[in-house]
Design a protein around this ligand. Structure first.
Ligand code: GLY
Length: 460
């Protein structure tokens, strides 16, 4: 970690080193649209020099990078060699996979600071049981009724499920957002719930059974240095593949945020409650492990009749939610990263533009189950005010190809949601290929449905 700097007998905190030491070398790990957006935001600082480690050739990230390396997130030796070669001032870890593989621990051994937690702290995302138990132990609001079961005590799960009116089954480990099953959506009966628990235990050490919560979900992405927690504007994501919230769960088909930094079904006190929970969790993480969590605590929250509840934490920015907040950031992102590393986050005021955003993902036909892979796409002229972020695409010599996962995110930014939605929709037309998207994200009709749903939930 950098030392304080003495100039004219005055001690400067390392935060100002950005301005005194020439270029700031940053290693970015990840290759999605989220990372393309992170790269763009870091590059707004003219002194930043970006080096990227990616799984596939994302043309957006590569065009912003001085140099790049292609490799797997599990190949820690390759990441180590690349980090040794470029000697970054710090690393920014985009996705959960390298975090859960211990990439921050590796960098720490090499004395390289990172935005992202160590493997044991990334348990906040990778182990649902760790997080539920932490909230319970430190008496933090937000837990639903829950039970944790393994092969030894699974017989008790039957009775537990019987005691809940409806339940949610969560494998205790990373599932890419696709292993969580909800009664009424993915299965109907309590027997099916119990059968799924047994299925989960074939591949996971434990299963978490939770009461099903009714309400509207939102994402509160927070920055933390382990002591201070700062929230970014809340965002609502859309998990289902098709218009009208139909179809399978996906990584996220699109998202929106509002110019007043609330959501149409949220009040200021709801966002404050989400932040309060996250601040208490950051304190509890330190008490429990003796380690400060540096990076992102992205709270998946739900507003219910009984207040704000925690669905899960992610140890990284949301995808697509990062694209709703980072382009609005007025404070220098590199400075924010430095304050996280040096535990000076309380000293910086993080500002966001009062604009609305709508993000729509173009995904390959057949996504998520039978995605068309290796299909050529063409990107034309992007409309004014719109932004495109490349996701899982591969730049080949003869053009751009899909890889099977989400392909390109189209972002509209405007003074109102209505205008932002129109810009994002227009932007989707600039991309041609065997792709589809959800036309309803950010529309008046869908947002009206969310508001009505919330009213019903609160009045029951
Ligand atoms: N938007 C869901 C996620 O990033 O996990």
């Amino acid at each position: 970690m950098a030392n304080n700097l003495k100039i004219n007998n005055k001690l400067y905190k390392p935060i100002i080193l950005t301005y005194y030491c020439g270029f700031m070398k940053i290693l970015l790990i990840g290759n999605g649209a989220r990372e393309h957006c992170i790269a763009e935001t870091l590059k707004k600082n003219k002194q930043s020099m970006l080096y990227s480690y990616l799984k596939s050739k994302n043309p957006g990230i590569i065009s912003l990078s001085k140099d790049f390396e292609i490799g797997d997130y599990s190949d820690l030796n390759k990441i180590k060699s690349y980090a040794q070669k470029i000697k970054p001032d710090f690393a920014f870890i985009g996705p959960e996979e390298p975090l859960s593989n211990g990439v921050v621990d590796l960098l720490k051994e090499m004395k390289i600071d990172a935005i992202g937690p160590t493997k044991s702290l990334a348990k906040l995302e990778t182990s649902k049981s760790f997080t539920r138990n932490l909230l319970r132990k430190y008496k933090i609001n937000g837990n639903p009724e829950f039970g944790i079961f393994n092969k030894k005590n699974i017989s008790e799960a039957k009775k537990f499920i019987e005691g809940l009116s409806q339940c949610v089954i969560k494998p205790d480990g990373l599932t890419g957002g696709k292993g969580v099953k909800v009664q009424g959506d993915h299965f109907r009966t309590k027997k099916e719930a119990f059968d799924y628990c047994n299925e989960v235990l074939q591949s996971h050490p434990a299963v978490v059974i939770e009461e099903k919560l009714e309400g509207e979900e939102f994402s509160l992405q927070c920055l933390t240095d382990g002591k201070t927690v700062a929230a970014m504007p809340p965002v609502q994501d859309h998990k289902r593949a098709f218009v009208g919230d139909k179809g399978s769960n996906t990584g996220g088909m699109g998202s929106y945020s509002c110019e007043n930094h609330l959501l149409p079904f949220l009040e200021k006190k709801d966002v404050e409650e989400g932040l309060k929970i996250t601040q208490k969790v950051a304190n509890a993480v330190y008490k429990e492990t003796g380690e400060f969590y540096r990076g992102i605590m992205y709270a998946g929250l739900i507003k219910t009749k009984n207040g704000i509840k925690l669905l899960e934490y992610n140890a990284r920015l949301g995808d697509p939610e990062a694209m709703n907040v980072l382009p609005l950031m007025e404070t220098d992102f590199v400075d924010i990263c430095n304050t996280i590393i040096n535990q000076q986050l309380h000293k910086i005021k993080i500002k966001f533009k009062n604009k609305a955003t709508v993000c729509k993902y173009l995904v390959p036909k057949g996504y998520p189950e039978k995605s068309l892979k290796n299909e050529k796409m063409n990107v034309g002229k992007v409309p004014q005010n719109a932004k495109l972020y490349y996701a899982s695409v591969e730049q080949k010599e003869n053009g751009l190809y899909t890889t099977g996962s989400r392909a390109v995110a189209c972002l509209g930014i405007a003074d109102t949601l209505e205008k932002a939605e129109k810009i994002a929709e227009e932007a989707t037309k600039s991309i041609k290929g065997k792709l589809f998207h959800r036309k309803d994200i950010g529309t008046k009709k869908l947002i009206g449905k969310r508001i009505r749903h919330m009213k019903i939930v609160l009045s029951e």
